[in-house]
Design a protein around this ligand. Sequence first.
Ligand code: BG6
Length: 366
Amino acid sequence: EKGGWASFMAKEVAEQPEAVANTIRGRVQDGEVVIPELDGLDDLFVGINRVIITACGTASYAALVGKYAIEQWARVATDVELAHEFRYRDPVIGDDTLVISISQSGETMDTLMAVKYARERGARTLSICNTQGATIPRESDAVVYTHAGPEVAVASTKAFSAQITALLLLGLHMGRVRSVLTDTAAVAELASLPEKIASVLEKENDHVTQLANWMADTRSVLFLGRHVGYPIALEGALKLKEISYIHAEGFAAGELKHGPIALIEPGQPVFVIVPSPRHSALIHSKVVSNIQEIRARGARVIVVAEEGDAAVLPFADEVIHIPLAGAMFEPVLAVVPLQIFAMALATAKGLDVDQPRNLAKSVTVE
Ligand code: BG6
């Protein structure tokens, strides 16, 4: 079933253009996002004043990207809650709250219990799921399926990019239904996303694999990102922990000076996800200053930046490029080299990337 691939993970990383294209298919009509499964369900999105996205693991990082997209496009306050924290306090939710759950398997017990709890409290529920007919969608008022296809490797890759894609679609759908969407360029961008992912795979696979081979003895890697690059920093670190068993931490770049900078010593590898200066010169300049600060302390800086971003070049030891894309679309592109890096590093260490120790693909106990 692996075809010619060395692992399911390698196959699934390579399948991302298709996974994302399949998730978008049939959901754009006449320049607008219209999700057929949500037909007649506008009430889920109108008259709410709060969205909570709940999930575990990788899905919770997709959720964080969704927070930015839903707030920007649908103008409704959105928070992300780890499913296992959510119901073990007394959250303030009710019928003005939409609780969106995200689960590749649709069977994660922590997430399922959070959805049930939300329903009992009167919240509206919508699930984003990759498995047709799974338990979580059955327990929800509505479901938007990702069409990533079966994911076998324990570490999630194509399901993650499909989850972000589904959240972007949902944000645009909600923005239209709530009559607040002004960003028409975003809808047009959806169509080019698969080919941009394919271009990252093609242009950066060998480069990043070689980088990982050089770094096979590394004992700790840090990841920094800002705005939607922040969840990608978290995901990059998680991939590395999961399959390479290396200590890795993701931080919001702005948090650096409040603590993590103490970790920087000569030779410390740090990946920095740099947002495009075209979206916000201010955010970009802040991240470039972070790069200068860690570089001054001897960090080995590996930058993931948009093609043509010359400002990062003087301070980067390595530059990994992603194509130009709208701000909300960058996460799906920036995560790809981080997946390749984790996979190549685990392979260089002789580890089984598909079946990492101590982990299960789907955790059906609380
Ligand atoms: C974990 C898996 O236990 O569950 C992760 O090992 C996954 O890869 C997480 O991100 C959530 O799973 P699901 O199926 O709910 O998306």
